[in-house]
Design a protein around this ligand. Structure first.
Ligand code: NAD
Length: 251
């Protein structure tokens, strides 16, 4: 049993960070989790940690691979589009290549995934009279708040919120809910990479912590309860929202 018993959820970028922790949290609540990423070794390790987790390699930038996986996957109850990257820099530092890669990985991947997996989800909602859920990873750095050196990133995450709200509006009468998750600064491998790459890594960590009014970084387990909630029927009346889990940054 569990809060997600009987549900199937697919998570992108599940090999590390928030995606990985979400896979474990959802499996612990009884879901069947299809954990996808491009990092097969880390995915296999994850699948070894819980019998409810299946590891499937998926590059969310590859439309054909996304379509092919959707064809061979049973209808999902929840889709968590977690994949995304941070391109550092202001508008003058951001190259066209960074801009294009950011939009492809952070936004167009969600368009691809949703188009591929949603028809079966809508059919499930219709035939089983249940609610299905799309959870899109945005950020507090988006249309919600501006941050230095997050030009492409903030633009992509604002686009994620727009995409999510349009999905919610289009399918609210068909049992599909769509919400955007907006974390604060979360201690993940990629954040550690950004800290290590800074000119002064010690100061960079101090600065990341300083922008969090609660005085600490979020752990991935501060974020996963919101994922479980949005995937579960507990959130059945919640759609089109930006759910901030930011330790008070946007108070
Ligand atoms: P992370 O950045 O440490 O890991 C990202 C994962 O994405 C890796 O496992 C990587 O292999 C995978 N990945 C990269 N390219 C891929 C592709 N083409 N197809 C499939 N998978 C791919 O994880 P994180 O820091 O938890 O970030 C996850 C999401 O959360 C991102 O969308 C990020 O923008 C968002 N987010 C993170 C923070 C934070 O502070 N860490 C805050 C707000 C939002």
């Amino acid at each position: 049993e569990g809060r997600l018993a009987g549900k199937t959820i697919l998570i992108t970028a599940a090999a590390q960070g928030i995606g990985r922790a979400s896979a474990l949290a959802c499996a612990t609540e009884g879901a069947r989790v299809i954990a996808t990423d491009i990092n097969q070794p880390l995915l296999d390790q994850l699948a070894g940690e819980h019998a409810g987790i299946e590891a499937v390699r998926l590059d969310v930038r590859d439309s054909e691979a996304v379509q092919a996986l959707a064809q061979r996957t049973p209808a999902l109850d929840a889709l968590f589009n977690c994949a995304g990257m941070v391109a550092n820099g202001s508008v003058l530092d951001c190259t066209e290549a960074d801009w294009d890669l950011s939009f492809d990985l952070n936004v167009k991947s969600m368009f691809r995934m949703t188009r591929a997996f949603m028809p079966a989800m809508l059919e499930k909602a219709r035939t089983q009279a249940c609610s299905v859920s799309v959870i899109n990873m945005a950020s507090m750095a988006s249309s919600i708040k501006g941050f230095a050196n997050r030009c492409a990133y903030g633009a992509t995450k604002a686009a994620v919120i727009g995409l999510t709200k349009s999905l919610a509006a289009d399918y609210v009468k068909q049992g599909l809910r769509a919400n955007a998750l907006c974390p604060g600064t979360v201690d993940t491998p990629s954040l550690r990479g950004r800290i290590a790459a800074a000119a002064d890594p010690v100061q960079a960590e101090i600065d990341f912590i300083a922008r969090q009014p609660m005085g600490r970084l979020a752990s991935v387990d501060d974020i996963t309860p919101m994922v479980v909630f949005l995937a579960s029927d507990e959130s059945r009346f919640v759609t089109g929202q930006t759910l901030l889990v930011d330790g008070g940054v946007t108070i």
